[in-house]
Structure formats: C-alpha cells, structure tokens
Design a protein around this ligand. Structure first.
Ligand SMILES: C[S@@+](CC[C@H](N)C(=O)[O-])C[C@H]1O[C@@H](n2cnc3c(N)ncnc32)[C@H](O)[C@@H]1O
Length: 305
C-alpha cells in the first residue's frame, strides 16, 4: 500500500494508512502526518516503547506515564497492551489540544480493529480523563502531582519546524521536571535544538537505533533522555559523529518561549535572530560536509514529493 494513501474526509485532518497498514491522520494545518511512513503501530513500538525499558519494572508494579499529544491514541493503545502483557499497573496522564483526532480514530472500524476489544475499551476509559488544552498550560497545572514521578514521558508533538511551542527550552524544562530519577523521555525527534535544550535541562541523552531500511545510518531514529546516565545497547545508541557535530551548529540554538503563549511564528523569528548572533557554525556548512539534504529529520512525516 502506498504510504500516503490518504482518502479525503475532513478539511483539516484526513485519515490515511501507513506502510504497515495502520491507521493515521494527515494534518493539512501542519503539513505533516501523525505518524511515520513506516507505520503508526510500528513507530509506537519501536520509537516510543522499546527505549522506555519496561523490562526494568517488575510485574505488579505501577508505571507512571505522561503522554504528550495523544492524537489518535495509537501510542496509548500500544502502551496499554504492553502494560497488560507485562502485568504492570498504569497511571497515565494524557495531554492533547484537539479532541478531533481521537474522535476520528475511535469512529474508524479499521482503527478499532487493530486491537482486541479489551484494549479499545481500556483506551476509551483512559481517554475520558485526558487533560484537554494547550500542553504548555496543562502541564504547568500538573507540575505538583507529576514532579519527579514519571517513569516514562512520550513526547509526540509535530516537529519543531511547525510546532516549536512544544519543543521550547521552557516547555522541555517543565517536561523534564516530571521525570523520576530513572525515568525516560522518548521521542522520534532528533533535532539538534531539542537535544541541546534537553541537555540544558540537565538530562543525559542517547540516540535510538535507526529504523530498519533507513536511508542514513548517521541519523539515529529519535532521542531518549533521562536524569540518569542511559545504558547504551539495543535500542539505545551513541550519537554519530555527524549528529555530534550538528549539535555544534546554529541548528542547536534552542527555541525559546518564556511566556508559554508565543505563536510558532514568533518563536521561529526570535530564534532566527539568535542564530545569526550566535557565532556558531552555519548549518549549511555542516550539511555540505555531511551531504545532508535536510539536517532535521522528521521520521517520514513530510508530504510525498
Ligand atoms: C503528531 S500528532 C500526535 C500523534 C499521536 N501520538 C498519535 O498516536 O496519534 C501531534 C498532536 O499534537 C496535538 N497538539 C498540537 N499542538 C498542541 C498543543 N499546544 N498542546 C497539546 N497538543 C497539541 C495535535 O492536536 C496532534 O494531535
């Protein structure tokens, strides 16, 4: 099946199927798919769950998870299944701005048919408790109950190029305060600005093994961050030389949003000015050296060329 086999449905969000046949959505507003071309379920398992290290938790123990950008609930469903298989109790906080993606997914028989009825039921129960609104505000309100308690943070916002609000240094600081000492944040994002910000928040980082069939072995398949040193080994990898050099360029200048209310355009423009003043190596020089067409990978969420 074509990875961008999207059928027209809604003006802003169009249901589509990814390479593994799983349900996804295409956002006209952001010009991005909700999931990578290789597949929503595959991505949920490989990018968000495998690096979470759930095997560290004994059966019967409680896993505390903060999920940023619940969207269709695909990551939620895969998480619920994993917890059921491992007999883990799940305490879950889901944050999302727009109820429409979940509504579209739950109304789609193909989406529901991806999981056993018990998982869909559990998902419906959980999603009734979602914290709706701009995550910049809802996460601020959740700081007291979440501080230092989350074993896992799933960060699945649209990419920083189109949604810098959820990748700013200030927002990532709020996120990192939620992590338990051995907790992990997992994301598909490998942008230098995000990695730099996570480091500035005092977190240790690792890359994620590139997905099978990836065009470039130089790019890891995402980023994992923790207050503790992360043990390298499947699926966590060290950053490649190319990625380390990327962190020295203007691409690593963080997105800033001190008020928590700035628009994407304001954050981008302000960053552009700071990049020019930064004295850092230009990203284009780095790109020429490594022959990268585009320094910021987006895990196949871009439109078809
Ligand atoms: C890439 S999609 C998430 C995909 C999702 N994890 C899934 O499995 O379907 C990004 C999501 O971020 C949400 N979003 C965008 N801006 C947001 C904000 N400021 N606060 C919370 N959610 C936001 C969008 O509504 C969208 O559902």
């Amino acid at each position: 099946m074509n990875s961008h086999d999207c059928s027209a449905a809604d003006a802003a969000l169009r249901p589509c199927r990814r390479n593994d046949g799983s349900f996804s959505l295409w956002s006209e507003h952001y010009g991005q798919a909700f999931h990578s071309a290789r597949g929503a379920i595959q991505e949920a398992k490989e990018t968000f769950l495998a690096p979470a290290g759930l095997e560290r938790f004994a059966a019967g123990s409680t896993l505390r998870v903060l999920e940023l950008c619940v969207g269709t609930g695909t990551n939620t469903a895969v998480l619920l299944q994993a917890c059921e298989q491992r007999k883990l109790q799940l305490q879950w906080w889901g944050l999302e701005l727009d109820p429409q993606p979940l509504r579209l997914a739950l109304a789609d028989p193909g989406f529901r048919g991806q999981w056993p009825a018990s998982t869909v039921e559990a998902m419906e129960e959980r999603t009734a408790s979602i914290h709706w609104g701009d995550a910049r505000q809802t996460l601020r309100e959740l700081q007291a109950p979440l501080a230092g308690r989350c074993d896992l943070v799933i960060h699945d916002a649209f990419s920083p190029g189109v949604c810098p609000q959820l990748w700013s240094l200030e927002f990532l600081a709020l996120v990192s305060h939620c992590l338990a000492p051995q907790g992990r944040l997992t994301t598909y994002c490998s942008a230098a600005a995000v990695r730099q910000s996570l480091q500035e928040c005092g977190l240790h980082l690792a890359g994620l093994r590139p997905p099978a069939g990836s065009a470039s072995h130089q790019w890891s398949g995402g980023t994992v961050a923790s207050p503790s040193v992360l043990p390298l080994g499947e699926p966590l990898v060290a950053f490649s030389q190319m990625e380390q050099e990327h962190l020295q360029t203007q691409a690593a200048v963080p997105y800033l949003d001190p008020t928590g209310h700035a628009s994407a355009a304001e954050i981008q423009e302000q960053r552009r000015q700071r990049q020019q003043r930064s004295g850092r190596l230009s990203t284009s020089a780095w790109r020429r050296r490594w022959q990268q067409g585009d320094g910021l990978r987006n895990a196949g969420r871009f439109p078809p060329s």
